[in-house]
Design a binder for this molecule. Sequence first.
Ligand code: GUN
Length: 171
Amino acid sequence: MNPRPITASNLIATLDLEPHVEGGFFRRTYQADHRDMLETTDGPRYLMTSIYYLLTEESPVGQFHFNHSDILHYFHLGDAIEYSLIHADGSLQTLIMGSDVLAGQQLQLHVPGGFWKASRLLSGEHGFGLISEAVSPGFDFADMEMGNRRKLTARYPQYRALIEKLTRDED
Ligand code: GUN
């Protein structure tokens, strides 16, 4: 038996991850600080940034949030992760990132800026799911909005059950 199995807590320690405001754990691994900043209408941004992002049994949900930037997601290790995307036109897309590509799970996922996104760890043998994200223009909190349950359900009443599962009950 492997004396040091890959577990959620070993990954958090080894990759030096910290809690993310969306849920889960992360660490920024890259920012393009050797290049000129990109001038966007919202101010200067790195050309690209990247993070590790981990969901665990203790923190299994990345709550609904909105981002202006394009985000590429790359699945690495562990159990599959379900993504819920509300497109800019209001339609809902559900898909699964994971290693079982023959069953239709995705190793890569592109989420364009202007979408609402949430993720949820599916139960499996590992108890964690690890991905990376590359964000361009680079991530900035000013470009991100956490989903407020009341506002999101008022805007998308047809997705109420999903939104209640994937947002915090804060009001
Ligand atoms: N989500 C995607 N990229 C980032 C990042 O660099 N920092 C934070 N806090 N969240 C992110």
